[in-house]
Design a protein around this ligand. Sequence first.
Ligand SMILES: Cc1ncc(COP(=O)(O)O)c(C=O)c1O
Length: 428
Amino acid sequence: MIYHNSPDIKLNTNLGGLSTSATIAIQQLCRQLQRQGKNVYRLGLGQSPFPVPDPVIKTLQENAHQKDYLAVKGLEELRQTLVDYHHRWFDVECGIEDVVVGPGSKELMFILQLVYDGEILLPLPAWVSYSPQARIIGRNVNAIMTYKEENYKITAQQIDTICRLDPNRSRLLILNYPSNPTGQTYSAEELEELAEVLATYKVLVLADEIYARLDFSGDPASIVTYYPEGTIFSGGLSKWCGAGGWRLGIFIVPEKMRWLTDAMATVASETFTSTSAPIQYAAVAAFKENPEIDRYVEKCRNVLATLADEITGQLQKTAVDVLPAQGGFYIFPDFSSYRTKLAEKNILNSAQLCDGILQDTGVAILPGSDFGRDPEELTARLAFVDFDGGKALQQYPEDGVLNREYLLNCCGRTVEAVERLVNWLDAL
Ligand SMILES: Cc1ncc(COP(=O)(O)O)c(C=O)c1O
């Protein structure tokens, strides 16, 4: 019997037109091409190249026997550790009931969008999943376009213009910094300015700071500091701790919004129940104050910052327009100045651009259109992570000075990928 052709059984219309998330799809395509024997440079999926730090691995090993379902909001010891973490980083007080642990922050974001009934403000370009999540749930997304001239950041004025039209509407702003896909971040002054206008209109903010510890300054500003009463902090182990596949994300919600936290916990109790127990025990070790972990993060940050400098410098020798990354592992070059030459190769939009680059050079990157940009804008996201992070940490010099030789030795594939891209552009 062919069920999917039955007139009575239909797909939820919210899912119409959605397919596998772009970042997952590029990874699958890369694997397929590699199986065919192609040399593929994986600058598509934004996965940390670094191993999980030793104290965290060790704690996971010691807790492999933990088998019980844990509290829906998360292991108490972990939530207390996160309360302390929040205090240490932002000087903001919260209680363990304000913390929710989930199987990845992505899942928590989905649940948040489900329980919060309001308009979603989404600056573009944005990480690939916010908008599809809203669509699956049936939420309205109000996209806010950002501009390269303003480093792809929203301004307080843009928020004011939107909210002024209907000041009493409930709204949730998704603010991600350092940004995936642009690698840009907000200064303390910019966040303070945004906080002021957001507080005026009581806009709830989801501060997606999953890359915060990879802010190259080592001292990231957070909107939590300026707008604690209206900010949900989102983080996890996936990026700075190299543990994407472990699936652990966290939310810290303002105390005054306990109704929201509890609603999220209700949905969690009916869906994922609780996050993997051994992983939660290991996460305690990751978030506890520990100089060894601080040192690990510092090294990862330094490698990424140096590599970002190298590849941005390479690209800046071409006519590509690219902003230096300020954190995380992405850059978002704009190839517009090659539009005429690209058109001769029948490349008219960002998807065709990335297809062409992959076919001709083996370098996999993702089109700006996957991040909500106009398909004809010739932008793309490049994740500079195709290297062996374990080797990069092992060979990290005592003095922390990472020269070109070190980069070529430890991050050679990424440097080589960008060289290929530069050669491709030069040959256009
Ligand atoms: C900006 C951003 N937010 C959230 C996530 C989700 O992370 P996780 O679900 O692994 O916590 C990602 C992962 O790629 C991301 O890039």
